[in-house]
Ligand binder design. Sequence first.
Ligand code: NI
Ligand code: MN
Length: 226
Amino acid sequence: MRITSLGHSAFLLEGRDRVLIDPFLTGNPMASTTADKVDCDIICVTHGHGDHLGDAVNIARRTGAVVASIIEMSEWLEKTGVKSVGFNMGGTATIRNTKITMVPAFHSSSIGAPGLEFSAAMAVGMVVDSGKVVYHAGDTCVFGDMKLIGELYKPDVALLPIGGFFTMDPRQAAMATGLINPKIAIPMHYGTWPPIEQDPKEFEKLAKKSSKAKIVILKPGEHLEV
Ligand code: NI
Ligand code: MN
């Protein structure tokens, strides 16, 4: 599988299928591509905030990709005319040749412009098995049940927010890496705007103490073969 960082929390996994996660490209100062160029079979959306739902609707309309999300968001997505699979935490959806399991995240979720938002149920994480197992934690603080996610799904790769302010910071993300015990951890959701400026090397230093994981720092546009 090839894992490409597209900036912020947006990643493209190219395994048995091409899975795009949290495709925030338009308006993303870190984006390495644009919404009209990216191609995929499946889109995973962890929650409704603009920096995660992002361009999902437009990309799904253009490509015909199926969007995987929590059930309430899926019902909204269907109204926009895209194909969507709505499920919930603990559940696994099989789309094409990929299994996607929804797992908890501690965060809020809404859809809409400022002042016009409506609740979009809960924020979640996604464990995507498309040849290799990749856990995208979405936006979350650290929580002890990350250990269960690690034991149940044995992720090859964990994508973990480190920006602080809205999510885990490097110290929490290092603790999360120890709980999840992935082979590889990749930091995300930092450096996009001033409140989430962080040095990924700080995460790397702390995670090396709390886990055996290899830490891979991907700049937007860079990829890793696993
Ligand atoms: Ni968020
Ligand atoms: Mn976010």
